[in-house]
Design a protein around this ligand. Structure first.
Ligand SMILES: O=P(O)(O)O[C@H]1O[C@H](CO)[C@@H](O)[C@H]1O
Ligand SMILES: O=c1cc[nH]c(=O)[nH]1
Length: 289
């Protein structure tokens, strides 16, 4: 029998919704499209045939509805893996914790979670305008210091090689995304390996008025080769999703609209339409189930 989860640990609002997401279990579909920007939720749900539920709290905007008969929840998360830790934990609680008894349910329900986000390329031959699915996420943040998980030999090697190359005092965590979802929603996309950063500027090698501490981080990461493994792009959530997904038992895939190329210094002038294309393609692939 599982342990009762106290009121201070899993916070349930007076109306029976979970603390940050403000959702009740019945509001959530088993297929979730997660986006960073709250304004992007309606870019997903505008394609739904019907919307049954809408709510928002902080950066978490939720629309649940039907797309070609498939029930889908679109939610925004805001930026960064700290938000993803909250998002994934509360999403999981909605399906795997009984909110009345506060016990974990005996039968585990897996969710399908697909991130649709923007990203910058660290490879010359992946231009702005490309669509890329992340086979692996590599976290340069420290989220996984606070959780224990098992890593494959390949994942451990990648983490150690990156640590040595960047000469940093911690080992980045490397986690594979869902193969099942890669086959379903990654169809026709470039397949890459995504570096998740705890910031947009210094951690991704951008210099505005202050110099990043790690010189040439883009080139250092972009030049790493481990067999045919190469790092391809920067963003701020993927590794957190993959790590929390593995711990909680959910299928997770991160899809990236590449809006900038950090080598050629080109920024897409049609960033919004690249994201829209990725949204439509993903909805179509999900509806084919
Ligand atoms: O477009 P979203 O989904 O927010 O994703 C990317 O864009 C934000 C930075 O501009 C970060 O969240 C990064 O991961
Ligand atoms: O370069 C980029 C573009 C989008 N999002 C990021 O985190 N980095």
């Amino acid at each position: 029998m599982s342990k009762r989860i106290p009121e201070s640990e899993l916070i349930i609002n007076a109306d029976g919704s979970v603390y940050h997401l403000n959702l009740k279990p019945e509001h959530l579909a088993s297929t979730v499209i997660a986006v960073g920007d709250p304004d992007r939720v309606k870019k997903v749900s505008q394609h739904f045939d019907t919307i049954e539920f809408e709510i928002s709290k902080r950066e978490f905007v939720t629309h649940t509805g039907l797309y070609k008969g498939k029930r889908i929840t679109a939610i925004s998360t805001g930026m960064g893996t700290d938000n993803i830790e909250i998002f994934m934990t509360e999403l999981d609680a909605l399906v795997n914790v009984d909110f009345n008894t506060r016990l974990s349910k005996e039968t585990h329900t897996p969710l399908e979670i697909i991130r649709i986000g923007t990203s910058g390329s660290m490879q010359k031959d992946i231009p702005a305008g490309s669509l890329l699915a992340s086979a692996y996420g590599i976290g340069l943040d420290t989220l996984m210091v606070f959780y224990q998980t098992d890593y494959s030999a390949m994942e451990q090697t990648i983490g150690k090689v990156i640590q040595k190359e960047l000469d940093i005092p911690f080992t980045p965590y490397c986690i594979k995304g869902s193969e099942k979802l890669l086959n379903k929603v990654g169809k026709g996309l470039l397949i890459g390996n995504t570096v998740t950063c705890p910031g947009f500027f210094g951690p991704q090698g951008r210099e505005v008025r202050i110099k990043p501490a790690i010189p040439n981080i883009i080139e250092k990461l972009g030049n790493i080769k481990i067999g045919d493994f190469q790092l391809t792009n920067f963003e701020m959530e993927t590794a957190g999703y993959y790590a929390m997904g593995r711990l909680l038992g959910h299928e997770v895939m991160s899809l990236n609209a590449i809006i900038a190329n950090r080598i050629t210094h080109k920024f897409a002038n049609n960033a919004y339409s690249i994201v829209d294309q990725l949204i439509i393609q993903t909805l179509e692939n999900l509806a084919k189930d």
